[in-house]
Design a binder for this molecule. Structure first.
Ligand code: FAD
Length: 422
């Protein structure tokens, strides 16, 4: 799809070539633009498209392929200048024709997207501000680039090539309308209500949500949803949280949220009856999709949420396959769901390995971080056949991925959920 514009340009009557460098530069510009257009589809949360890879892999791919698209877009004017340095005049915003102004503005938008995405934390930009800016700049860069192509007119000047461009542009605009208008409109008709707010250990709050006037949805243990609370479903910012409740529950869902920033810290103050909108379920981090003779679950901090959903679901299903849970927490007091996990040991074949960073004085269990030595002490003999689910802070995920590879666990048996998209 990324090279489709080149195929359009080659088909039928083509204008005479303008030398390799110019044609190559134009080709890079076209491909760069269609790659940027495709990003809108990549991040539009189409579940069937994300399912084979997992949502975090799709976001990771979005990030990396965007560097390539930006390079192509920058190479387009750079090669033109190599061919003819006098074209530098096109960069003067006062004297340049509109076709060049649109191109320069589009490129500035792309560079702004890159800078704010790579250095968001260093620029101390709030996530919500970044997200809004990211969307506006992306739409602006694509529209300015399309205006540039239209005004230059080369390679798109026969009637049916115009039709193809109109179709491509319409698909792009349609995607935005679908994501920002049609989907929120659908959610408007399927509201949820906060039914209960429960304080948990470790600065964590569980909110229980009840569907209002509809049946809710079914989800797989380990999946997540995007939530908007107290605002309209059209709100720009939604927050992703894993479901922590059993997938066998009656249409209600729970999310367990640790206070780490402005939104997550406000959750404890939510009142029962507050309106909420849920987009979900999303994600492929689920034992239902990766069956095995047993499971090794590795959780760090609030990464216990989706794992809790898995264990509660296993208990409701009376599923006695062996589970080994390695759970890293700062202190015993911070260990969310501690009591319920001990309780679940009675209903499941569950080995619980708590790894505390700052253990109490009389602690005889594991301490420090989950590492190869800890895994080695507790993994069952036939661990290579088991399915591994890891959820927690990114450094822990990175460490676990390489440790499990060293232990010979096949990559296909290792499933991760990263709680940070950007
Ligand atoms: C698939 C997935 C599942 C998650 N499940 C849970 C869970 O079960 N429990 C839990 O406590 N946390 C979970 N998180 C993390 C949670 O979404 C963020 O901590 C939360 O959105 C932070 O919002 P804030 O305004 O409180 O924090 P801020 O201080 O604004 O942000 C802290 C960091 O969180 C991330 N973040 C902030 N806002 C968003 C947003 N709207 N969308 C995506 N990321 C954002 C950014 O990396 C940011 O730097 C999950 C994240 C993902 C991606």
């Amino acid at each position: 799809m990324a090279v489709a514009p080149l195929i359009f340009a080659l088909l039928g009557d083509s204008p005479p070539g303008r030398g390799f460098l110019i044609d190559f530069s134009v080709a890079l510009g076209f491909v760069g633009l269609s790659m940027i257009g495709l990003q809108f589809a990549l991040v539009a949360r189409f579940q069937s498209a994300a399912a084979p890879f997992g949502e975090d892999a799709v976001v990771q791919f979005h990030r990396q392929i965007s560097y390539v698209a930006t390079l192509f877009m920058l190479a387009h004017p750079a090669l033109l200048l190599v061919q003819d340095i006098s074209l530098i005049a096109l960069f003067n915003p006062v004297t340049a024709p509109w076709r060049a102004r649109f191109a320069v503005t589009s490129t500035i938008c792309v560079l702004a997207i890159m800078i704010t995405s790579i250095w968001r934390r260093r620029l101390r930009m709030r996530y919500e501000v970044w997200q809004g800016l990211h969307m506006l700049l992306s739409i602006a860069s694509a529209l300015f680039a399309l205006a540039h192509i239209e005004l230059v007119g080369h390679y798109v000047d026969t009637p049916w090539k115009r039709v193809l461009w109109v179709v491509m542009t319409a698909a792009f605009v349609g995607l935005i309308v679908w994501v920002r208008l049609v989907r929120p409109l659908r959610r408007l008709g399927r509201p949820w209500e906060v039914e209960q707010v429960t304080a948990e250990r470790g600065a964590t709050t569980t909110i229980s949500l009840r569907p209002v006037g509809h049946d809710g949805f079914t989800f797989e243990p380990g999946q997540f949803g995007w939530i908007t609370v107290g605002r309209s479903p059209f709100a720009l910012t939604q927050h992703p949280f894993s479901f922590s409740s059993s997938a066998e529950a009656d249409g209600r869902v729970q999310m367990s949220i640790r206070a780490l920033g402005d939104f997550t810290s406000s959750v404890a103050d939510l009142r029962p009856g507050t309106r909420a909108y849920l987009d979900g379920p999303h994600g492929v981090f689920s034992p239902d999709r990766n069956e095995g003779p047993g499971f090794v679950l590795i959780a760090g901090g609030v990464g216990i949420s989706p794992v809790m959903s898995m264990l509660r679901t296993f208990a409701d299903r009376d599923d006695r396959r062996p589970c080994h849970l390695f759970y890293a927490s700062r202190t015993l007091e911070d260990t969310t769901f501690l009591e319920e996990l001990r309780e679940l040991q009675r209903r499941l074949d569950l080995t619980l390995v708590l790894v505390l960073e700052i253990p109490p004085r009389d602690w005889t269990g594991e301490r420090g971080r989950i590492d190869q030595a800890v895994l080695g002490r507790w993994l069952p003999e036939r661990y290579l056949r088991m399915q591994f689910f890891i959820c927690g802070p990114p450094p822990m995920l990175d460490a676990m991925e390489s440790t499990l590879a060293e232990l010979g666990v096949p990559a296909a048996h290792v499933h991760t959920e990263r709680f940070v998209f950007v």
